[in-house]
Design a protein around this ligand. Structure first.
Ligand SMILES: Cc1cc2nc3c(=O)[nH]c(=O)nc-3n(C[C@H](O)[C@H](O)[C@H](O)COP(=O)(O)OP(=O)(O)OC[C@H]3O[C@@H](n4cnc5c(N)ncnc54)[C@H](O)[C@@H]3O)c2cc1C
Length: 396
């Protein structure tokens, strides 16, 4: 079988499937080690999905946040348990690929796939930029936000677009003390999104993200504004890069016959937080049993993967999207509650750690609020003008 794309989704799927005894070819257009626009925040729930520890590539462990609304006073909150880990994608992605290779995956970097064709229900042909062809009975698209597998195989692409941009502020002699083990989060400065400051070994990663319709036209200037508000010299920010954050809409197919899309290629980014590494790895882990039963002749399609995603990841993405829509209409009261109330701050920490889910949190507020969440969020969409984005050709 072939996996296209060796980000967290592709390398994890390849490793899981190879560990079950199957031959896997993993192709990536980039030469590894390669970097990718990303804040490099890896949650504990993500680490827990892996059969090995991410310790060798963790640069900091986060125990709290400096929470700020626009340029108001910063309120610092701590937690007793770690909330999330910090890494760099160059290191994380190479580490995951190394583990895939150790489990027997045939990894070939610098192979840009140009075209993918379905020859029959379960036979695929992959052609690279040099015209070399590869065939397989299973094809997994893990080729990210602008992947070609989904386009070439005719997957519906009703993905809504969020965008994010980030850069690194170097601190060769060590990052400022107040950011060690702490993240900075800013709400309200960027309309329809948020800003972050993430601690790394020798730099701070500073970024913003939000709906394309709200921030797409002003990403760079918003990032500059964020730096200014925190007293960082924007002209010193290095490696500034932006990228899409693809968000799946419920009901979209993620597998057809012997093919499937995982990670960003399917749009498994958490709308509220922008966390995508979890969705990448969780979808990769979910696909392995479906591939196994297909290759053992127990099924003739990867439908089990689609159903498992529909039961697990999708409901939470739906709740997260609804909460995001509501949050961004009027962030002020929510940020105040996060800053001052343990009843909000503690569940937020549990959510990021993976101890609870969006669905569980929404259910805690009772049936009435639970069932009105989606209608309220639709109303919020109208207020923020996001209905326009749903109609824009860019989202087709
Ligand atoms: C600015 C920004 C900040 C972010 N910060 C965070 C964060 O802090 N934490 C978090 O969890 N998520 C974050 N995300 C989201 C996260 O980066 C993605 O969700 C995650 O990388 C998805 O992993 P993936 O394996 O699906 O895709 P990718 O990591 O994008 O990997 C896709 C791979 O496919 C390869 N590829 C593409 N096309 C081809 C082709 N034609 N042929 C061969 N190979 C191909 C690419 O080279 C790439 O290696 C951020 C995103 C952005 C844009």
């Amino acid at each position: 079988m072939i996996v296209i794309g060796a980000g967290p989704a592709g390398s994890t799927a390849a490793r899981e499937i190879s560990s079950l005894g199957w031959e896997v070819l993993l192709l990536d257009k980039s030469r590894f080690p390669r970097d990718k626009p990303c804040g490099g925040g890896v949650t504990i729930r993500t680490d827990e999905l892996l059969p090995f520890s991410l310790d060798p590539v963790i640069e900091d462990v986060v125990y709290g946040a400096h929470l700020r609304l626009r340029d108001n006073q910063i309120i610092t909150r701590h937690t007793s348990k770690p909330i999330t880990y910090m890494t760099q994608r160059t290191r994380l992605d190479s580490f995951l690929v190394e583990h895939a290779q150790k489990s027997g995956v045939d990894f070939r970097d610098g192979v840009a796939v140009d075209r993918v064709r379905r020859l029959s229900q379960n036979k695929f042909e992959v052609t690279d930029r040099h015209g070399d062809k590869y065939t397989s009975s299973i094809l997994i698209g893990a080729d990210g936000a602008n992947g070609i597998v989904s386009k070439n195989l005719g997957y519906e692409n009703p993905i809504e677009r969020a965008v994010a941009i980030e850069g690194n502020m170097p601190f060769p002699n060590g990052i400022p003390e107040e950011y060690k083990g702490m993240v900075g989060l800013n709400f309200g400065l960027v309309k329809g999104g948020y800003g972050w400051i993430f601690p790394k070994e020798d730099h701070l990663n500073i970024g913003i993200g939000g709906w394309k319709i709200n921030v797409g036209h002003s990403l760079r200037s918003d990032l500059a504004k964020l730096c200014e508000v925190y007293g960082f010299d924007f002209s010193k920010l290095e490696q500034i890069r932006g990228h899409h954050l693809p968000l799946i809409r419920p009901g979209t197919l993620v597998s057809a016959g012997g093919s499937a899309v995982i990670g960003d290629a399917a749009g498994f980014v958490d709308p509220l937080s922008g966390e995508g590494i979890y969705g990448a790895i969780a979808s990769a882990v979910s696909i392995a049993p479906a591939v196994n039963s297909f290759l053992q002749g127990q099924s003739n399609a990867l439908d089990d993967y689609h159903f498992s995603i529909t039961d697990s990841i999708i409901p939470d993405i739906e709740k997260s999207r609804a909460l995001m829509e509501i949050f961004h209409v009027l962030p002020d009261p929510f940020v105040w509650l996060l800053q001052h109330s343990n009843r909000f701050w503690d569940p937020a920490g549990s959510l990021i750690r993976g101890e609870t889910t969006y669905s569980e949190i929404v259910n805690r507020f009772g049936q009435i609020l639970g069932s009105s969440l989606i209608p309220i969020s639709k109303f919020a969409q109208l207020l923020t003008g996001r209905k326009e984005q749903l109609r824009s050709p860019d989202c087709q």
